[in-house]
Design a protein around this ligand. Structure first.
Ligand code: ZN
Length: 62
């Protein structure tokens, strides 16, 4: 199972999962780009650079 992240740093931008391109998602899953966990986005409010929505914590619950 890949690492779960709520948002990814793309250059100077913070981008939510919904707005990531396929290759950006893959880079984040491989740990190439910095990503933000659900806890990170709970502690600090981030706004997605592409859709301008507040980034919500993303978690997979078992
Ligand atoms: Zn977005």
């Amino acid at each position: 199972m890949a690492d779960v992240f709520s948002a990814v740093q793309v250059g100077d931008e913070v981008v939510c999962r919904d707005c990531l391109k396929m290759e950006e998602m893959v880079s984040a899953q491989r740990g190439i780009t910095d990503s933000y966990s659900a806890d990170d986005v709970r502690e600090t409010e981030y706004i997605c650079s592409r859709c301008n929505k507040k980034i919500e914590p993303f978690e997979i619950k078992f």
